[in-house]
Design a protein around this ligand. Structure first.
Ligand code: TRP
Length: 342
């Protein structure tokens, strides 16, 4: 068992347990999380408290929390190397979130584009949690002295806010928080919608044909790729502007196989779209099959998952105390001796 190695940069990654994930999530994020484990001190969190900012069915939410943890492990996140845990198992997330609320301005939260979008989509439930969502996210990150956070385009604004909150606190009370940097994934693919390649592949796309879900059976994956939208040029080139559908397929093929764009063009440039579609499907199926087998095995072994998550939470709670103690001292809150010792 590898203990946390403090000299490695700390990385915190998190996802909400709000639904099945797509090939876009896999190639764009999860797969990179797995490789980060070798040269980073990684924490992987299932952020269930964030999910509560929109109404959830408790039973469904509970299943999805374990499913997401199973996805992490099935992808290759190794609980011996990294800390895998559920956010609500570490009360310090909520606790720090409260304290950071007092270092966050209403105006800053009002400017968050995700809040603006979500309050339009959930008009009858614009709760305060939806508003302070980015503060809880800042707490997730700042609690572990995190150095780097892998974030997609849609979360950059939230990370920027976390940095501002950390700096503001540090300026007032001394160097308590690390100010985290965004981490741009090397080789991460931006997978596009198969029906509308101008958009990114999203789990919320209306058409099922638009997205490959991580749990799609092989046959369905093949069908979806065969129906992928291309164009009428009939020539395989890499031209995101004029042939976004073809570029997307090439992209998926070479990132799935760990090859380069040049290799993709060498391989396909004298072929028809049919071959590109089928071979891309085959590459994806070959990658997904072992993942799906591991995922199913984990889904059928709840006791193992629970044990991994209990250990992960224990480690995370212990780590979180280091920062909590500093924060409380800095703010003049009397330290609870039962909690922090002398
Ligand atoms: N808001 C992120 C999302 O929806 C999830 C998240 C919560 C997160 N806390 C985080 C991501 C901390 C990175 C770090 O994708």
């Amino acid at each position: 068992m590898t203990e946390n190695t403090p000299s490695l940069p700390v990385v915190l990654s998190a996802a909400q347990p709000t639904g099945a994930l797509t090939l876009g999530n896999y190639l764009g994020a999860l797969r990179n999380w797995v490789t980060m484990q070798d040269d980073h001190d990684c924490l992987f969190c299932v952020v269930d408290l964030h999910a509560l900012t929109v109404r959830q069915d408790p039973k469904v939410l509970n299943d999805r929390i374990f499913d997401l943890a199973a996805v992490y492990l099935a992808c290759g996140i190794d609980p011996e190397k990294s800390d895998v845990f559920i956010q609500s198992h570490v009360p310090a997330h909520s606790e720090l979130s409260w304290l950071l609320n007092t270092f966050t301005q209403m105006g800053e939260l009002e400017r968050m584009t995700q809040f603006k979008d979500k309050s339009k989509r959930h008009k009858n439930n614009i709760n305060a949690g939806l508003f302070t969502y980015p503060v809880l996210m800042a707490a997730d990150i700042l609690l572990y002295g995190t150095n780097r956070v892998p974030v997609g385009e849609d979360q950059k604004q939230h990370l920027e806010l976390a940095r501002d909150i950390a700096s503001r606190f540090n300026n007032l009370h001394g160097p308590v928080f690390n100010v985290p940097e965004p981490m741009i994934a090397k080789g991460g693919a931006r997978v596009k919608d198969l029906q509308d390649p101008a958009k990114k592949m999203s789990k919320s796309a209306e058409s099922d044909l638009a997205k490959i879900m991580l749990t799609d059976p092989a046959k369905l994956i093949l069908k979806k790729f065969k129906k992928a939208v291309t164009d009428s040029e009939g020539v395989i080139r890499y031209d995101e502007q004029n042939q976004p559908g073809v570029a997307n397929l090439l992209n998926i093929w070479y990132t799935t196989l760990g090859k380069t764009q040049e290799e993709a063009l060498d391989h396909f440039s004298h072929n028809m779209y049919g071959k590109l579609k089928v071979e891309t499907a085959e590459a994806v199926i070959e990658m997904m099959t072992p993942f799906q087998e591991r995922f199913q095995a984990l889904q059928n072994d709840r006791p193992y998952l629970e044990q991994v998550l209990a250990k992960g939470a224990q480690k995370a709670r212990a780590r979180a105390e280091i920062v909590m103690k500093k924060v409380q001292s800095a703010l003049g809150l009397p330290l609870d001796q039962n909690r922090f010792g002398q």
